[in-house]
Design a protein around this ligand. Structure first.
Ligand SMILES: [Zn+2]
Length: 179
């Protein structure tokens, strides 16, 4: 990936792409996301399974992304392996007069020889970044700093002292997972 034209690894030759179904597989890691200056993702392990169905000048793309990306936990700042599990579809239309492309349709001029979906993969994953990534809440573990859990337990038992144990609100509090 560390070549002069690193994204050319994602080029699909259109001139030699016959009608019918074609599959392309890619692996997106930290090196891939580093190629984009604005990337919020530094480490990732994502498998991309791309199915193209060509019908003349129209190519239907189905992109299945699976794996994980490392995000800092918003609570304890430890690294959290956030799951990526996404299926997106897009149409590529080769046309004499390309209109402005949208999220759903990518217009390319008729003579275009290559289709490169690297930006699409990149943007697609970024669209799925969570607003908030917190361990526990997401069902994902992440390493809490030393003493954090002990402190949380102390606080919980202090809260319970001298309280009517049948109060449902305290039962709710007990459900909160501090780990
Ligand atoms: Zn955390």
């Amino acid at each position: 990936m560390k070549t002069a034209q690193p994204l050319s690894a994602f080029d699909i030759a259109l001139t030699s792409l016959p009608n019918g179904e074609h599959r392309f597989q890619y692996h997106l890691d930290g090196d891939f996301f580093e190629l984009f200056e604005a990337s919020l993702i530094k480490k990732a392990d994502i498998k991309v399974d791309c199915t193209l169905v060509r019908q003349g000048n129209r190519i239907d793309c189905r992109v299945v992304s699976n794996g994980s990306m490392d995000l800092p936990c918003d609570r304890c700042l430890e690294s959290l392996a956030w799951p990526v599990d996404d299926t997106s579809v897009m149409v590529v239309q080769l046309t004499e007069s390309p209109a402005e492309s949208t999220d759903e349709i990518l217009y390319l001029p008729l003579g275009e020889t290559r289709l490169n979906l690297a930006h699409y993969f990149y943007e697609n994953i970024h669209l799925h970044l969570p607003l908030r990534a917190v361990c526990g809440e997401s069902g994902l573990p992440c390493k809490a700093p030393e003493g954090f859990e002990a402190l949380a337990n102390q606080t919980a038992s202090a809260t319970n002292t001298g309280t009517d144990a049948t109060d449902p609100r305290w039962e709710q509090l007990k459900q909160i997972n501090f780990s």
